[in-house]
Ligand binder design. Sequence first.
Ligand SMILES: [Cu+2]
Length: 329
Amino acid sequence: MRRNMFALVGVVLLLIVGMMPAVAHQEATPESGLAELGLPVLDVTVTASGFEGIPESLEAGRYLVTVTPAEDTGEDGGGVSFLQPAGMSAEEFLGLLSGPPDETGVGAVPSTPIGEANATPADGGEGMGGPPPAVFESLYAGGTYAMPGQSAEIVLDLPPGEWIAWADNEEAAQEPVVFEVTGEMPTDLVEPESSATLSMAEYVIEVTEGELTAGQQILKIENKGAQPHFVFGAPGPDDLTQEQLAVAIEEEAAAGMTGTPPVYSDLNPDEDLSFEGGFFSGTQSTGTTVWIPVTFEAGMVAMVCFFPDLADGMPHAFKGMYTVVEVGE
Ligand SMILES: [Cu+2]
């Protein structure tokens, strides 16, 4: 089942699951070679209701995370991402996310200890009713998603602290898992070999090193911006241009404002972006890096970030955070 790639589900966190059923495949082990690096491995099974395979406690380090959706996830597939709340416990953070939406937006939080702990510049999120400040202050380590019947891999860092494994989407059915990471980050971290680096910032996604080529490769993805970002990639027609994508996103934004379904004048993301052969790399905070295996065909790939903006909760795509990248032969 194909869902609207650009569909907005309110202004809160992400809408990944809406796009996921059609998202394409990331090759499973062992072809990527990541398993040969000798990194500690975290095998996560995503079920319809939660996550299996995450121990209560882990050593700090760089992990190879594998994600496998259980059969009961059906055509949704499944993903897992990791975040460490700042200035509050994981339980408080989850309470904040699952709390009823308040009419006054972000500003309603400060009457609680949680709100006080987070009465920071992120309070600029009020007004348009952006997500709670805690959403922006958390440390996001990244994550990934696998289609039904497939597995996906990602290499990411889990420094010490209390972490939450979740679907990177507060509307997902999976119950988040809280776990502890102990010790210190090793100083001799192995860096996986990558063929290209994607850099994210406000509001850009660009290839800053290497290039994308047909076949399997490892992408290094880093957040050099201030806000959290993620990247969702989907192949399009061979003649896809950045301008076509821009028009479609503008049309989507305009439709979102009026609450009517978008009418696309040219590129229709639902029909023209194949979603097969794409990838999803979950939310990352500034300064974080992940490595993710992807398999492309030669052609054009659209890349978009929909993380809600700190200032107004609007998806970053609406502020220009998208690109079209050519994948060479
Ligand atoms: Cu972004």
